[in-house]
Design a protein. Structure first.
Ligand SMILES: CC(C)(COP(=O)(O)OP(=O)(O)OC[C@H]1O[C@@H](n2cnc3c(N)ncnc32)[C@H](O)[C@@H]1OP(=O)(O)O)[C@@H](O)C(=O)NCCC(=O)NCCS
Length: 128
């Protein structure tokens, strides 16, 4: 499937604190990813959000977006952090990150709501 990855021209564009990429298919935005340097850290970056058009889930777009972010962070980032939910309906999202080298390194019980935990995933990138 041909997809184009381009810097996302949105509200976050132009700020060094928020970098975003969009995946475009046939002239339509199919997914996007947004990341940035974590304040008060050296070499840690937050993956703030990523999402793919539900009609296109499972087609490799999320993998391409994640790989494109990691490629751009190589030599810049030491650690990537992503926060997601521990709820059952987020199990596919957690599996997505786990299969791509992200480890659940912290959990905050009842963070989003009673019974709705925060799970923090991290991935170390090689130096240089
Ligand atoms: C998580 C998400 C970004 C993955 O994008 P994607 O384009 O569907 O992912 P890919 O096609 O590249 O990869 C498919 C993998 O994701 C997993 N996956 C997660 N959610 C999925 C879904 N709804 N449908 C199909 N596969 C899904 C599959 O298990 C598959 O794993 P595998 O390749 O290791 O077997 C996407 O499903 C999504 O937008 N989910 C809703 C929003 C969300 O949870 N965002 C992250 C918030 S932190």
């Amino acid at each position: 499937m041909p997809i184009a990855l381009e810097v996302f021209d949105g509200a976050v564009a132009g700020s060094p604190d928020y970098i975003a990429l969009g995946a475009e298919m046939a002239g339509t935005l199919a997914g996007w990813i947004c990341w940035g340097p974590t304040p008060c850290t050296r070499g840690t970056f937050d993956l703030y959000w990523m999402a793919v058009d539900p009609a296109l889930h499972g087609a490799g777009i999320g993998t391409a977006l994640l790989a494109a972010m990691e490629q751009r962070l190589r030599g810049i980032a030491r650690l990537i952090v992503v926060e997601t939910a521990g709820r059952n309906d987020y199990a596919p999202t957690r599996a997505f990150y786990e299969a791509r080298g992200y480890r659940a390194t912290a959990r905050v019980p009842d963070f989003y709501a009673p019974g709705d935990d925060l799970v923090v995933y991290t991935k170390a990138l090689p130096a240089g």
